[in-house]
Every structure is written in structure tokens, then in C-alpha cells.
Design a protein around this ligand. Structure first.
Ligand code: PGA
Length: 244
């Protein structure tokens, strides 16, 4: 598994259910990986798994990531893709527990924990997503929710050397709204300093990140990078964020 400590910043592109072969060819041309500055940044492109083969060997120095993996290793589970298969397809990172998987597909913290264990067993670095809803934020429950999600989703054998946590307030995803910089830093500091066994993990912020706000977010003391959805579909936007 890749040691993530050596990187200054981690910048994840989450394509979600977007892309096509045509899109990928154009994206790679615009991204022009060989011209990316800042070799201390870790760029990860998370695409639908059917397109991995179109990206393998063409992203260097960036890495390829998945967007979910099965709870199961093999067997009669129609439609699933296992961690072993992701590894076979040269995937080095994988997002798990994204709020869209939790809310639309009913994945629980316990599911996320199993997925993380499967990924670790296959030498894939998990990117574990957590975050509160707008109602939870308004009820002042953000820290309680995050504490529960982390305690239940992060497996016992995880370490800060290879597991990444992404804090994504659900109300900030795809909405153009983001918490204040103080709020982001405060939550990240809470995760890094006050949750047992999670001390000094790499914590990314996600939710409406773009090239205009990425730099001030990543300059925050307790933010180690960003997870970018919508804006990452524009290769030039993603490149700006990588270089900011
Ligand atoms: P967004 O998505 O950047 O479009 O808000 C982030 C995410 O869902 O990971």
C-alpha cells in the first residue's frame, strides 16, 4: 500500500457516474499529466471501474482510484466489484462510505468498515467519507455524528500511514455552499486531535471545492487536501486545484 505521509496534499477527483471513452481521451489531453507541478501533491482520479483500463499507465504521477467496493470477496453477488478485482485492475485508492452510497444505496457504518478491511487486505488505500446532514448541523450534532461514523467505519487495523479520511458535509456536496474556513478547520482539528486512534490521520475536505476556494481551504492547518466532485470533471479546473 502506498505510504501517504510523504505527500504534502492529497487531491482526489471523484467523477461519480460520469465519463465516457471520448471524455477520457479529452480529459487526459487537457490534464497533460507530465506537466503537473508540485510532485509532493498526491493526485487521485476516481472513475467508474469500467474505465480503469483506459487510464492505467496514463495517469502517472497521479493515481487511479475506485468509488466503492463490495463487502464480499467473491460469489453470487450480481453487480458487485470486489477489492481484489479493483487491485487486479490497478486501482491504488478507493473511496468508501461516500454520502451518496450511504443515503441512496443504504450503506451503513458497519458496511464501510467491512469495505475498508477488504481494501486493506488487498493493499488498496481506503478514503473513508464521513459528514453530517444540514438538519444534524442545525441541531449542533456535527461532532457527535462524525465521532460515531469514524468509530464505526474505521477498522481496528487502520493506521494513519495508509488510510485517508474525507470530511464532506452532506449539505455542501454539489450545492455551492461550504462551511466557513473556521468551521472546516475546527472539525478537522476535532477529528485529528480528539478522536481516539485517529490522531494525525490525513483529513481531506470535500463539498463544493473548486479552483477559487481550494487554496484557502488547503492552507488551513488541519486540512491535508480536498475531495473534488463536480469541478474535477473539468480537467483544467482539476489541474488548477492540483497546482494551487
Ligand atoms: P462536489 O462533490 O465537489 O460536486 O460538491 C464532492 C463529493 O461528492 O465528493
Amino acid at each position: 500500500m502506498l505510504e501517504i505521509n510523504k505527500f504534502d496534499r492529497i487531491i482526489v477527483a471523484n467523477w461519480k457516474l460520469n465519463g465516457s471513452i471520448h471524455f477520457i481521451e479529452q480529459y487526459l489531453q487537457e490534464l497533460n499529466c507530465s506537466k503537473l507541478e508540485n510532485s509532493n501533491n498526491c493526485g487521485i482520479i476516481c472513475t467508474p471501474s469500467v474505465y480503469f483500463h483506459k487510464l492505467v499507465g496514463r495517469l502517472n504521477p497521479l493515481f487511479l482510484g475506485g468509488q466503492d467496493c463490495s463487502n464480499y470477496s467473491e460469489g453470487a453477488y450480481t453487480g458487485e466489484v470486489s477489492a481484489t478485482m479493483l487491485k487486479d485492475a490497478s486501482c491504488q485508492f478507493c473511496i468508501i462510505g461516500h454520502s451518496e452510497r450511504r443515503q441512496i444505496f443504504g450503506q451503513s457504518n458497519e458496511d464501510v468498515c467491512i469495505k475498508a478491511m477488504n481494501l486493506i487486505a488487498n493493499n488498496i488505500n481506503p478514503i473513508i467519507c464521513i459528514g453530517e446532514t444540514f438538519e444534524e448541523k442545525n441541531q449542533n450534532l456535527t461532532k457527535d455524528i462524525i465521532y460515531t461514523q469514524i468509530s464505526k467505519s474505521v477498522p481496528k487495523n487502520a493506521t494513519k500511514d495508509f488510510v485517508i479520511i474525507a470530511y464532506e458535509p452532506i449539505w455542501a456536496i454539489g450545492t455551492g455552499k461550504i462551511p466557513s474556513l473556521e468551521e472546516i478547520d475546527n472539525i478537522h482539528s476535532f477529528i485529528k486531535n480528539e478522536i481516539q486512534n485517529i490522531e494525525n490521520y490525513k483529513i481531506l475536505y470535500g463539498g463544493s471545492v473548486n479552483s477559487n476556494n481550494a487554496s484557502e481551504i488547503m492552507d488551513l492547518k488541519n486540512v491535508d487536501g480536498v475531495l473534488v466532485g463536480g469541478a474535477s470533471l473539468d480537467a483544467l479546473e482539476y489541474k488548477k486545484i492540483m497546482n494551487s
